[in-house]
Design a protein around this ligand. Structure first.
Ligand SMILES: [Fe+2]
Length: 166
């Protein structure tokens, strides 16, 4: 036994970091009317979900998920569903980001705040649900099926991709 973390353990840790960011985002969205108080935090959170966060998806899509080929047909089942959910999250995030950019510039309006709220809350609840499915189903499958060599290969790829900010 070694004390090196497996890829699934590393991704579960990142999920915890992401869940904390979602909690912060939820409280910012509840206080959009108080722009002076929330603008700085919203800018930081939006930057995280605009750039850093996708490193996590890359780790899943480009490093971990390809190893599923050894035990699950590609394009079917829970893996395909998770990849489809990633696309939904990317689309929802794009709309939220555009509204946040307007909110933080001089184009703030009631409609802008409504869009941040609507798409932001959708992003939050969808991503929480998605994380719970990955943790409870997909990652368990990886733990069951991936051998040591596969785990080592995935962890090496992770190291090349960097860490998400927490
Ligand atoms: Fe994930």
């Amino acid at each position: 036994m070694t004390d090196v973390q497996t890829p699934v353990e590393l991704l579960r840790d990142e999920h915890q970091a992401v869940l904390q960011k979602l909690e912060a985002l939820e409280s910012v969205i509840a206080n959009l009317e108080e722009k002076d108080k929330v603008a700085t935090e919203l800018r930081e959170l939006a930057a995280f979900f605009e750039t850093d966060f996708w490193v996590h998806f890359d780790k899943e899509e480009k490093a971990l998920f390809p190893e599923f080929d050894s035990f699950m047909p590609r394009g079917r089942g829970p893996l395909a569903a998770m990849i489809e959910e990633h696309e939904t999250l990317r689309r929802t995030n794009a709309v939220m980001q555009q509204a946040v950019t307007r909110y933080l510039s001089n184009e703030d309006s009631a409609e802008t705040r409504r869009l941040i709220s609507q798409y932001g809350m959708h992003f939050i609840s969808f991503l929480r649900d998605h994380i719970s499915k990955e943790d409870s189903l997909l990652f368990r499958m990886a733990e069951m099926h991936l051998n040591e060599g596969q785990n080592a290969r995935v962890v090496r790829l992770f190291a090349e991709m960097g860490k998400i900010k927490s």
